[in-house]
Design a protein around this ligand. Sequence first.
Ligand code: F3S
Length: 754
Amino acid sequence: GDRKVEMSNLEQGRYINYQRIEDNLQVVRSRLNTPLTLAEKIVYGHLDNPHEQDIQRGVSYLKLRPDRVACQDATAQMAILQFMSAGLPQTAVPTSVHCDHLIQAQIGGVKDLARAIDINKEVYDFLATACAKYGIGFWKPGSGIIHQIILENYAAPGLMMIGTDSHTPNAGGLGMVACGVGGADAVDVMAGIPWELKAPKVIGVYLDGKMSGWTTPKDIILKVAGILTVKGGTGAIIEYFGPGVDTLSCTGMATICNMGAEIGATTSLFPYNSKMQGYLEATNRSDIASYANEFRHNLTPDEGCEYDQRIEINLSELEPHVNGPFTPDLATPISKFAAEVKKNDWPAELKVGLIGSCTNSSYEDMSRSAHIAREAAAHGLKAKSLFTITPGSEQVRATIARDGMIETFEDIGGVVLANACGPCIGQWDRQDIQKGEKNSIITSYNRNFTGRNDANPATHAFVASPDLVTAMIFAGDLTFNPLTDSLKGSDGKEFKFTEPRGDELPSRGYDPGENTFQAPPKDGSSVNVAVSPSSDRLQLLTPFKPWDGKDIIDAPVLIKAKGKCTTDHISAGGPWLKYRGHLENISQNCLIGAINADSGEANKILNQKTGEFGAVPTVAAAYRDAGIPWIVVGDENYGEGSSREHAALEPRFLGGAAVLCRSFARIHETNLKKQGMLPLWFKNGADYDKISGTDKISILGLNSFKPGQDIELEIKHEDGSTEKILSTTSINEGQWEWFKAGSALNMMASAAKA
Ligand code: F3S
């Protein structure tokens, strides 16, 4: 147990702590007295306090200590700006930042990358310098996609990671509990605050048999998505087990875990096995493999453990699937797909086939696709549809280039894009069709919601294995089934594709390619973080002011919001995302989507000081600049939707003091607390009707407030009449300290100084 094995070859002195899992589980076992699933072993193995933590699947909120954090460049900006304001010298756990989301696919890898580096220079410079200062590993643009790089360098069995991207679960292919989170959670863990997660339920997927022919790991998750639907995994970890598991490649398991995000799962997970060992060895981490072998008993489920739900799939009978259009859970086996295309009037002509991405760009995927492409080329064929290849990392690109596959793809008309997200996240300057034109594309990516790839709502995007995508581009037709149908070669003769073959791992080893990693210097304290004061995309944060110890008196109601008020209503996405590193600029979208209960209109509210109507952000800033705190009043489930932390940062930045609602969505409520705002619940929901946008509200008795107590409010109506109502709050002792300090990070900062 006293072995020291580094978590990654890229970080010195940061060790894997399998002993903590062992020790935690000893405590947890004595309390629960029941066989444990693998998901439970790893999750409970990371409990902050195994002795006192309440543990009930689907019920308790667990306080956890993840081993590391990963951020992609779009979400990293605000996360790092916030971390900086905590005033800590280094991140509390090893962290990495990956530049993959901001590179647009236009012409091809090299030129697209050069253009992106130019356009996004200030963002990249900021991230590079901030990473150097705070001890964060920085992966430059061109290095590859976050999840592939994590698999190659940082994922390890039994560890726990959070990442600010929904497909973080990809690392489950190496037996890691890896969860996608919002920026606020990432900041907490970087600052040393435990991470809170509702104790996940566990869905067991039993795999029996062995795949053959055209069936691939992708087809397992396409099938599971069809069974569970896009909501079926919510609140659960999906754990695979059974004899079929050992027949899958490690990278294939990663594909399955990656796409588990499509069914809403907290994460997905495979037990440690020899395939993982082989992948660790191939990526220069045999020491981790041998350490994992010693701790295998904690990296596999207990016999007799119980799943909340159980699914069985016989791999010997599993057909290749095509999922879509418009949703990843509409699963059709290839044998029935042509008929579905005709029946549903989906455009049969295949415009574009896209392979690769974080989901499916392993050596195995690429070599099977290259096998198909070579066979077509031998019959004199070129791709009929446009064909793009997105390598998941520089290492994948360099290795498949060395082994001749890039040449194979280019010979049949393929275009190799940059090692980046590109069309998968809509970074695609698509030229072959007009917006609004009905058309079909097929990808080996994971997500196919309307408009995701090319912003054209009429594009029918289907998802399948890279094998099916590659075969179909030679037919140029969605009704082509390579298992049964033939194509005509250039000699006029019909031929059928043979079953694709590939290698799980490159026989000559991986070629690392260009070095695209910036390791942090040993001492980054003298590094200057590059943020231009004239930038409109980035702005350093100024810590929010601590509470002055007084009650909040006569705070005008900024807006009484009616009906649904999601984080999208509070902080809109789309074009605003450009400003996600600039709080002042992005705050111009604050609550502009909320419906004013007094008028039924959006973004038009009364300025109680001037008596004039104005836009919500304008009126809010005017109050703030006059030193007047304000309050938002909301209905049920205020702040539901994505966990976007801007929805809490913006009202605080604009001078908000509290949000008073019938009920809150939990994550947003916590985010408000973290930023030093008071989330208050009407004790009596009907009191919502007593308030209008012309009222002022006083929050009383704060000085003697103790968590658990009600808080008294006084409403002052326009005519001068007043009435008192009660509110409740879920603020606990620790969170009350956040409020007093002005924010959770302020508190961390003062603790660090003390
Ligand atoms: Fe990027 Fe698409 Fe994966 S956006 S991280 S390649 S899901």
